[in-house]
Design a protein around this ligand. Sequence first.
Ligand SMILES: Cc1ncc(COP(=O)(O)O)c(C=O)c1O
Length: 373
Amino acid sequence: MIVLHKPYWGKNESNLVVQALKTSDGVGDGIYTKQLVHEIQKITHAKYGFAVPSCTHGLELACRALGIGPGDEVIVPAFTLSSTANCVVLTGARPVFADIDEATYCIDPASISRLITKKTKGIIVVHYAGMPCDMEKIKKIAKQHKLFIIEDAAHCIGSYYKGKMLGTFGDVGVFSFHGTKNVCSGEGGMVVTNNKKLAEKMDIFRANGTNRSAFLDHRVSLYTWVSPGSSFLLSDILAALLLSQMKHLSVISKKRTAIAHTYMKAFQHIPTLQLPVVPSGAKPNWHIFAVRLETPEKASAFTAFMKAHGITASRHYVPLHTSLMGKRLSGKQFIHLPVAQQVAETLIRLPIYPGLTKKEVSHIIKTVHLFYA
Ligand SMILES: Cc1ncc(COP(=O)(O)O)c(C=O)c1O
């Protein structure tokens, strides 16, 4: 069976992990974490970076630092993982679900505008599959209504828009290094920001609400509890693994891009199959290669057909507004989001990762053609 995702492990990963086991106690903010943060800062040009156990933790950290709470609303896309909304819910604020763009599957700026109320404090965007949201329009809306922007950049390590890495356009960006991501450590995440005040708040929250960083930097002689917080640090062992992974980022992006281009070329003559749309100015990392089938029935038939030919092809998120929790949250204020609904029912992801062999790619292409024949 050809799987949907596979990590790209280089030769040095195990060496660095063994070295870390010998030299580090694995506690967060150790020597490997410092190097990892430095590496991420180098490519994102972010002033501050925090390694966290997952993107989910990073999103919560950002929401906590932004000080949202009961009575506040945050606009999030409906087509995403629950993490994008849970981070809002955990603070006591309410996520409000927006529709997505038909071409990029990212949050639709027009839908954001329609949902703004006096309670709205911010927007969380998801750059789906490493394709950019319309950040020009979204930033304009945010500025006009004084809203914060968190970028859920779970899919985005190595994805650029107009020369800048996605995750660096808003107030805070959060990357994922989950085992399914382009660069991974099983579980892991990174928060980046250029905002000093936010960085200070996140720094305290993630260290059990203590001023531990001030102690480590010799600014105070003892560290103490200064505000509410939790333990959101990535183990230094996983940081060592990630540090090694980061060295392959450009190779991983290149290999994925080559497969994406092969798919694009091979499928361009299937008139009813909607291929990924790369917005002008975008240089995606091809975290996901998603196609859209004509109808939900055809999408189901397609996945079954691919499976019968030894290929995993799979749908993605159940739109959050239609989920059990989403419906409970919106209650009578439930809004029908037609694009998110239709995309969720017809979008299918095909395998894409550096380890996919030419033979496998060719088998996938032939099978898709066979389905349409
Ligand atoms: C859009 C989005 N946000 C957040 C996450 C959560 O990432 P993590 O598993 O690192 O918490 C995912 C996971 O795939 C995701 O797709």
